[in-house]
Design a protein around this ligand. Structure first.
Ligand code: HEC
Length: 94
């Protein structure tokens, strides 16, 4: 029984993660690529150097675009960018 619960928990965590990833991509496609593409995230002189500064940038740009994202949405976007483009490790798993 214990094993079954463990499998269920891992399964749910995995599904949640995949959901967050595709949510982040949709949010990014919808709100973020009107001004810049993803090349900004991999350029030599990029501003964000660690997870915290990346999160600040995400918070700043969603505010500039008047999106009013919750801190969970900011986390989802930061995790996605951190893993996919910045090669940064997240405080919690991306
Ligand atoms: C109104 C135009 C505009 C919108 C909308 C916008 N950005 Fe940006 N963003 C910029 C510009 C311009 C820069 C470069 C700023 C600089 O170089 O100082 C930037 C920089 C960034 C950076 C820092 C890149 C680096 O150098 O490390 C991140 C991260 C970022 N944007 C994420 C987002 C996200 C996420 C969204 C969607 C919520 C978004 N942006 C929406 C214009 C925009």
């Amino acid at each position: 029984m214990k094993y079954l619960i463990a499998i269920l928990v891992v399964g749910l965590a995995f599904t949640g993660n995949a959901g967050a990833q595709s949510q982040a991509k949709t949010m990014h496609d919808t709100y973020c690529i009107m001004c810049h593409g993803t090349e900004l995230y991999t350029r030599e002189s990029r501003i964000a150097r660690d997870y915290e500064s990346l999160r600040e940038q995400v918070a700043r740009w969603q505010a500039n675009a008047a999106l009013n994202w919750s801190s969970t949405e900011i986390d989802i976007m930061t995790n996605w960018l951190a893993e996919r483009y910045y090669g940064l490790s997240c405080p919690e798993q991306c």
